[in-house]
Design a binder for this molecule. Sequence first.
Ligand code: GAL
Length: 373
Amino acid sequence: MKKKSSLSFTALVFTCLASLKALCADEPHANFRPGQIWNDTAGQPINAHGGGILFHAGVYYWYGELKEGRTYLSQVNKTWGGTRVIAGGVSCYSSTNLYDWKNEGLALPSVAEDPDHDLACENVIERPKVIYNARTKKFVMWLHQDSPNYAAARSGVAVSDTPTGPFKYLGSFRPNAGVWPINVTAKDKKHQETNFLARDFRGGQMARDMTLFVDDDGKAYQFYASEGNPTMQVSLLTDDYLKPAGKYARIFIGRSTEAPAVFKRNGKYYMIASGCSGWDPNTARSAVADNIFGPWTELGNPCRGENADKTFLCQSTFVLPVAGQTNQLIAMFDRWNKWHLQDSRYVWLPLEFDMDGKPLVQWRDQWSLPLTK
Ligand code: GAL
C-alpha cells in the first residue's frame, strides 16, 4: 500500500513539472509552430492578419490587419454576405529573430468618429504592405481600402518617417485612371458595359487583394486583383512610391487570382497566390516570370502534405526573404477563422524549390531557422 502511494506522488510531481514546462514553453520562442496561437512578447496573441514584413536596419517589422471584436455577417444592400469585423487599422510588431514579436501598437489606426472617412471602422482595411524608399527616406504603406460591401475597390496610401508610425494617411484612389495597360488589345478597349478594364479606364482600375514588391534597382510595383477580381494587374510606382507611374500590365487574365505574394530568386520573379473563394481556402498557385510585367507562367500548387489541396486550410499573404541568408524564404499564410476572424492563425513555412525549379511548401508541425537540408 505504502509503495503504491509513493509512486503516485512521484507521478504527481512529474505531471506538475510537465504542466509548468508547457506553461513556460511559450516564451521565448525557439521555433515556428504553424497554426498554433502565437503570442507576442507581452503574452498576447499577435493580431496582424493579411500581413507583410519590412526588414529595416536590422529589425523586422510585421504589419497586418487588426481584427478585434465580434465577427458579424455583413449584408449591405444584399450585395455581399461574407463575415467581417470592425476594421481596427494596421498593427505593427517588431522582432530581430522572427520568433519573438513586440507589439509596437497601431501604425495606422482606423477612424471611429467619421463614417465618411476612408478608414472608418465600418469600411474595409486589408492586406497592408510597407516598403522603405531609400531616396525619400520615408516608409510607405499601401493597403486595400474598401466600402463595407467591397464595391469601392481602392488603394490607400500612407507615409511615415519611422517604421512604427503613426503613418499619415494620404488618401485613396483607383489606380491607373486614363491609362491603358501595356498589353492592351483593340478588343480590350471595347464593350464598356461588360468589360471592366474599359469601363474603368477613366475612373481608374478596381484594386482589391494586393501586395508591393521592391526590385533590386529600387523600382517598386503594386500587384492587385482587378476588373472585379478575374484579372490581376501589376503596376509600376512613381520613384517616391506614392502613386502609380502610369505603366501597368494585365496578368493571369480570367484566372481570379488573389492574395499575391511576390519574391525574386536567381533573377526570376515568382508569385504564390490563391484562387478567389472569400475566407474559405482553395488550392494555392505559383508562377514565374522573367519580366515583372509578364508573361507569367503558372507552376501549379506549391503545397505538399496534409490539406495541401486547400493550402493547409490557409491563404497566402507574403513571402519573406530571411535577412543575410541567401535563398532562405518564408511563405506566410493566414488560416482564416471566418466565424471568429480575430482568432485567425498564422502559418509560416519554409519556401523551397523542387527538382524542376518549382516553388515547394512542405507542411511542418514545427521548424526553425536556418533550414538545413
Ligand atoms: C478574400 C481576400 C481577403 C478578404 C476576404 C473577404 O478573398 O483574400 O483578403 O477580402 O476575401 O471575404
